[in-house]
Design a protein around this ligand. Structure first.
Ligand code: FMN
Length: 214
């Protein structure tokens, strides 16, 4: 469509989807399968993301095999054990009560990799990280598209990337950016769970926007 324009209503709808997007953990996934055409929509959304030099440096490994998931969940358990120790007593107790992944519960897991280009990429020469930032743009598109389809995504980063790579036979140069759990949802929370539980507060915009200089 040439120079497509959107209405104020369209824009409000996008804002609603953004506000309603949640990180979905195991306790809120429904186990029923996700139709392939919905999965395809989520993946297609990734491909619409911006990327440095239009390099599209993302690759996805779709996982639904139980034994593969078990191996990933094992990595989560090990990392999670040591991760909680960095917090003080009170937070550690709360941490232990949190469900921080939905690897087994979500019918589909998606490991998202950054695959750096072997050739120079327009725009990436002085900021190599922009390659990985591009992959994150794709993930955000997936997250929003999933929400618009009433599907949930949970991002699991409490993992040892090398272990995940080994389990998935990832090539040496592929870097794990995210491990996503995708599925139907029993309940979308109105607010981030970590906000509900007073782990963190939402920052007021004024606290992170500066005028002209820091
Ligand atoms: C890069 C990244 C990594 C995350 N890793 C985890 C994780 O390992 N486990 C988890 O429960 N949530 C994880 N989250 C979800 C955040 O906790 C969540 O986005 C945040 O609390 C705000 O909640 P909301 O996404 O529901 O708005 C991650 C989110 C991002 C963006």
């Amino acid at each position: 469509m040439l120079n497509q324009q959107f209405s104020a209503q369209d824009s409000e709808l996008l804002e609603q989807i953004m506000q309603a997007r949640r990180d979905v953990r195991g306790n809120r996934f429904a186990t029923r399968p996700v139709a392939q055409k919905l999965v395809d929509k989520v993946l297609q959304a990734a491909s619409y993301a911006p990327s440095v030099g239009f390099s599209q440096p993302w690759e996805f490994v779709m996982v639904s095999n139980q034994s593969t998931k078990q191996a990933i969940a094992e990595s989560f358990r090990t990392v999670n054990q040591s991760a909680q120790q960095q917090f003080g007593d009170t937070k550690q107790q709360l941490y232990q009560s949190l469900k921080l992944e939905g690897i087994m519960e979500a019918p589909i897991n998606i490991a998202v990799f950054y695959r750096p280009s072997k050739l120079p990429v327009l725009g990436q020469s002085s900021m190599q990280e922009t390659g990985k930032y591009s992959v994150v743009c794709a993930i955000q598109n997936m997250w929003l598209m999933a929400r618009s389809l009433n599907l949930g995504i949970g991002w699991v980063s409490i993992l040892e990337p090398q272990e995940v790579k080994q389990v998935l036979s990832a090539p040496e140069d592929a870097e794990l950016v995210a491990y996503l759990c995708l599925g139907h949802v029993k309940e979308f929370l109105d607010k981030p769970e970590l906000e509900e539980l007073n782990w963190e507060k939402r920052k007021p915009l004024e606290s992170c926007v500066f005028d002209e200089s820091y």
